[in-house]
Design a protein around this ligand. Structure first.
Ligand code: FAD
Ligand code: FES
Length: 286
């Protein structure tokens, strides 16, 4: 069993869980992930490691409350045990001294890129962090990222912070930098990663994306996380999750992520109904 040490909604719909998982914390490296289950009968879902402490024996995950399992995880409070935390899984992000690295992040990717930016900075890179969100109230961990970034640039769709618009503004932002960019890393939703790849491809800047296909076992056995990269079939859990974003078949990834959409709506509806049912029962007992 793995105990929840802390649970917090950091901005609307984005949650942070700190879990006691000493064996994972001892081995964790930037860019790796865990597969966890929120309850005994629950499904297994992958979440990136957003932080860890080997001495303290804890790990942190940051996730978007999007469906039945993440809603269940978001409802957990400190002191509750969950049955499964498997990891660390996947390959660590390649950390070299590239020169100037741009870390593009949005949504849960702000959390998952944090340890990567930290490791790249410690390796001697200049780090420019580009954070993207619908509105400024959806940004978090700016102070943490600022500690390892030489510059932070914001893009908001409503213009409440930084550049107004979305990732289509990347070419103009890159042109405005005082230095050439040697590498781009992007973490976040599939659209954010695809769009970043589309914008950096014509600029010829090597771009790595942390792919998020549906996963089950996380060990290369089930084949569910199949992606096509440079016309070659890869399994994101064992060959990735980081891949050359310019080589990824994004349309296939977007399509495959929708495979179980009709089935996913059922447990979400059921869990929301159960939640309402239990709340009304609790009220009637008061
Ligand atoms: C390596 C990796 C790292 C990830 N890291 C994070 C993270 O740090 N934070 C975060 O918020 N999300 C992360 N994701 C995505 C996350 O796993 C899904 O959002 C989550 O599984 C949704 O589960 P759900 O039951 O709440 O939603 P559902 O309603 O079941 O699904 C919502 C969407 O999530 C995707 N999804 C569903 N089940 C899985 C699954 N088993 N594996 C992968 N995707 C699935 C589907 O495309 C679906 O459209 C990561 C995915 C991968 C592969
Ligand atoms: S999750 Fe089963 S092969 Fe990758």
């Amino acid at each position: 069993m793995f105990r929840v040490i802390a649970s917090q909604m950091i901005v609307p719909n984005v949650h942070l869980l700190t879990l006691a998982a000493p064996a994972v914390a001892r081995e964790a490296k930037p860019g790796q992930f865990v597969i966890l289950r929120a309850e005994e009968e629950g499904e297994r879902i992958p979440l990136s490691l957003s932080d860890w402490d080997a001495d303290g024996g804890w790990i942190t995950v940051v996730f978007l409350n999007i469906g039945a399992t993440t809603a269940r995880l978001a409802s957990l409070t400190a002191g509750i045990d969950i049955p499964t935390v498997v990891g660390p899984l996947g390959n660590a992000t390649e950390i070299e001294n590239y020169g100037t690295v741009v870390c593009v992040c949005g949504c849960y990717g702000i959390g998952s890129i944090y340890t990567i930016a930290r490791a790249l900075k410690q390796k001697g890179n200049r780090i420019i962090t580009i954070m993207e969100a619908r509105s400024s109230y959806l940004f978090y961990w700016e102070d943490r990222l600022a500690a390892f970034s030489d510059k932070i640039i914001h893009i908001t769709r409503d213009g409440t912070k930084g550049h107004r618009g979305h990732l289509a503004r990347l070419p103009e932002i890159f042109r405005g930098l005082e230095e050439p960019v040697d590498r781009v890393l992007v973490n976040g939703c599939t659209f954010c990663m695809k769009r970043t790849a589309d914008e950096t491809r014509p600029m010829g800047i090597k771009t790595m994306a942390s792919l998020n296909p549906i996963m089950i076992d996380g060990t290369g056995m089930c084949g569910v996380c199949r992606v096509t990269v440079g016309s070659v079939t890869r399994f994101a859990c064992v060959h990735g999750p980081d891949f050359d974003a310019h080589q990824v078949d994004w349309e296939e990834l977007l399509q495959r992520r929708k495979t179980y959409m009709p089935e996913e709506v059922v447990p979400l509806r059921t869990s929301r109904c159960e939640e309402r049912h239990f709340k009304s029962q609790e009220k009637s007992h008061e």
